[in-house]
Design a protein around this ligand. Structure first.
Ligand code: ADP
Length: 297
């Protein structure tokens, strides 16, 4: 679906946001996971034709056996694209129905009847039909994001890009939003950027972990987890001993459980010392990759 090769971008302040990115993004849900500042938005904006790369290539198939040069054929990309930016703002005093109708006009849906059907269908799809007359300013964060998805789906895009859509949503809203994305992902390519590991675990058939402008790992979450199997260990430690453990072991993560630190460490064989082996999770994969990158630097 999308083939990215050696994509790079350095901002005028010298920040290397994309450092030789190569990725294959097939149809379905693709998770782009990385901490804040990793370069996810820079990549999303580049694919969404909103900013230029310094070099490299990105191509997508056009659905008719041809391909689109995403860095140059911007209009062609835009015809196939739905985009929910990180800072999607809405007009607070306008109703969801009116604003979506307005976006539909901008998208070129000029025939009134067809437009009405489209707006109605989308509002139902994102479960906002009953709230369609309400002003967007009264919407919860989750409702606003679902409205954002409705506008992204105008014009039947083949590629949908959503940038950090679950940040700030409560667990229930987040679930509902992810379920909606999963349904959409059955028909089109969806690229979801997130710093929340569970978003990817729960939802994505394929993923990439990104940091400091580089792709650290790409593939299927299950394969990445399987590759760590048998090498993740955990134990509770006293707060006072934490620093000592951090220097002695390859600590992946530290989490307070009932006020006491629980650490996960990477070790190829049993470290002894009260550790128990656990099933690896995507979070362990993620922290392991970040650690390897730091070590290599
Ligand atoms: P993410 O979406 O993963 O948080 P971004 O792509 O937003 O990452 O940012 C990657 C890096 O580029 C960060 O160091 C950020 O501060 C920097 N950056 C992003 N946009 C700009 C810009 N327009 N000008 C200068 N630096 C930027």
């Amino acid at each position: 679906m999308i083939t990215i090769r050696s994509l790079h971008k350095t901002y005028s302040n010298g920040v290397r946001a994309l450092d030789d990115i190569s990725l294959d993004i097939p149809r379905g849900m693709f998770g782009l996971l990385g901490p804040n500042g990793a370069g996810k938005s820079s990549l999303m904006r580049t694919l969404a034709t909103l900013q230029d790369a310094d070099g490299g290539s990105a191509t997508m198939d056009d659905g008719n056996g041809g391909s689109i040069d995403m860095l140059r054929e911007k209009d062609a990309v835009r015809r196939q694209l739905g985009y929910l930016p990180q800072d999607f703002g809405v007009y607070p005093k306008v109703s969801a129905e009116d604003l979506l109708n307005h976006f539909a006009v901008l998208k070129g849906l000029t025939a009134r009847g067809a437009r009405k059907d489209t707006v109605e269908g989308l509002l139902k799809q994102v479960n906002l039909w009953d709230a369609r007359k309400r002003k967007l300013g009264t919407y919860s964060g989750g409702m606003r994001q679902r409205f954002g998805i409705a506008q992204a789906l105008l014009g039947q895009p083949r590629l949908v890009i959503v940038d950090e859509p679950t940040a700030g949503l409560d667990p229930e809203e987040r679930n509902r939003f992810l379920n909606l994305l999963a349904e959409i992902g059955e028909n089109v390519a969806v690229i979801l950027s997130t710093h929340i590991v569970e978003d990817v675990t729960d939802l994505c058939q394929r993923m990439a972990i990104m940091n400091k402008g580089q792709v650290l790992l790409a593939g299927e979450p299950a394969d990445a987890i399987a590759a760590l199997e048998g090498q993740v260990w955990r134990r509770r430690v006293d707060k006072a001993q934490l620093a000592q453990y951090q220097s002695r072991y390859q600590v992946l993560s530290t989490r307070l459980v009932g006020g006491q630190p629980m650490i996960h460490v990477f070790a190829e064989s049993d470290p002894g010392d009260g550790f128990e082996r656990i099933d690896a999770g995507l979070e362990d994969v993620y922290f392991r990759q970040l650690r390897l990158q730091k070590k290599a630097a």
